[in-house]
Design a protein around this ligand. Structure first.
Ligand SMILES: NC(=O)c1ccc[n+]([C@@H]2O[C@H](COP(=O)([O-])OP(=O)(O)OC[C@H]3O[C@@H](n4cnc5c(N)ncnc54)[C@H](OP(=O)(O)O)[C@@H]3O)[C@@H](O)[C@H]2O)c1
Length: 322
């Protein structure tokens, strides 16, 4: 049955993050009146008691579980144990409390990192279990994938209305531009922008340029999550993507051109490539709840670069603070 957002008490974990802030905007635009957004400094979702208190206080009808430890290849390599532990712990606690609040519907954000390293392209949901994920992001991807098992098992045993979506790599305004932890698009924008300002002759990028990726603009991802919250009630996982594939080399050339950097690209092959290819089959989301990405890639990149340039000073100043 379609969820009436105007009447629902909505809880968005991670609702102040990159995707979460956009999801909250989308919920408001679609009539949600009551939206709770807990911050990690107030409610640590890895803590079972704190999570229980949050649910008892908020009594949500709808929960979007977006809180997670997230990062690019570098962060995943540096903190594999933390990524596994925190994402498992948050998931265990949130799913259990949503189950206890028997009428709550739960939408969980998974990740494309859950897919096997060599899944046939485009990745179909039915291939999620046909192999081990790419090693650098396996702890993160497996922690997320375990939540799919838990969601389906809870549905079977307790009748919980838990659904799980698997978004591809996201990008857009408000993304994380910290080079230590960022994903590839903000990292490239920042590097090319800095090189342009410094009149540098070249920019060094990770890997050999051969891997392919797919990217979904954050507004589209938020719309897909809310579409599912309103209208999708089935146990099968659903991909959220834009349905295209671009190599790192072509991505770098495109972003360099949009930023205005004309120097050389140098590939640091001592750094990992990550998964060889990534592109989702996006048929199921279209069939089950009518979701299709709307923002074209070049348009999305232009908006993201413009946002970075508008906020560059404050981003750099924040990093300089001790
Ligand atoms: N970004 C992508 O490319 C991408 C792709 C596929 C899937 N996803 C999924 O989308 C979701 C959102 O990702 P994002 O990129 O928006 O990440 P993000 O900006 O880092 O936001 C994550 C949020 O999680 C919260 N959080 C982290 N640890 C917490 C804890 N112990 N207790 C409570 N809250 C905690 C943070 O809250 P505070 O701000 O209060 O600290 C933050 O707002 C994640 O589930 C991620 O796996 C992201």
């Amino acid at each position: 049955m379609a969820m009436d957002l105007g009447k629902a008490r909505v809880l968005v974990t991670g609702g102040s993050g990159f995707l979460g802030a956009q999801v909250v905007d989308e919920l408001r635009a679609r009539g949600a009146q009551y939206i709770a957004v807990p911050r990690s400094r107030d409610v640590d979702l890895t803590d079972q008691r704190a999570t229980r208190q949050l649910f008892e206080r908020e009594r949500p009808d709808l929960v979007l579980h977006l809180a997670a430890k997230v990062g690019g290849i570098g962060a995943n390599q540096k903190l594999p144990g933390t990524f596994f532990r925190d994402n498992m712990a948050m998931g265990l606690n949130v799913l259990e409390e949503a189950r206890r609040a028997a009428s709550a519907k739960l939408v969980v954000a998974g990740t494309i990192c859950a897919y096997p390293k060599f899944a046939p392209v485009p990745f179909r949901e039915d291939d999620l279990w046909n192999g081990y994920p790419e090693e650098t992001n396996a702890p993160y991807g497996i922690a997320k994938k375990a939540l799919l098992v838990m969601a389906q098992a809870y549905r079977q045993e307790f009748g919980s209305n838990f659904v799980m979506l698997f978004p591809v790599n996201l990008y857009g305004p408000r993304d994380n531009f910290d080079l230590e932890t960022s994903h590839v698009i903000p990292a490239m924008i920042r590097k090319f922008d800095a090189a342009l300002s410094a009149s540098a002759t070249h920019v060094t990028l990770w890997g050999d340029g051969s891997p392919t990726r797919e990217f979904l603009y954050v507004d589209d991802a938020a719309r897909g999550l809310v579409d599912a919250a309103v209208a999708y009630d089935d146990p099968e996982p659903v991909n959220l993507g834009a349905g295209f594939e671009i190599s790192m080399l072509d991505l770098a050339k495109l972003i360099a051109a949009k930023v205005g950097f004309r120097g050389d690209l140098v590939w640091d092959t001592a750094r990992p490539n990550g998964q060889p290819r990534r592109m989702l089959d996006v048929t199921r989301a279209a069939e089950r709840f009518g979701f299709r990405a709307q923002i074209g890639f070049e348009e999305g990149l232009a908006r993201t670069i413009a946002w970075y340039r508008e906020h560059r000073q404050e981003i750099l100043a924040r990093e300089d603070r001790p």
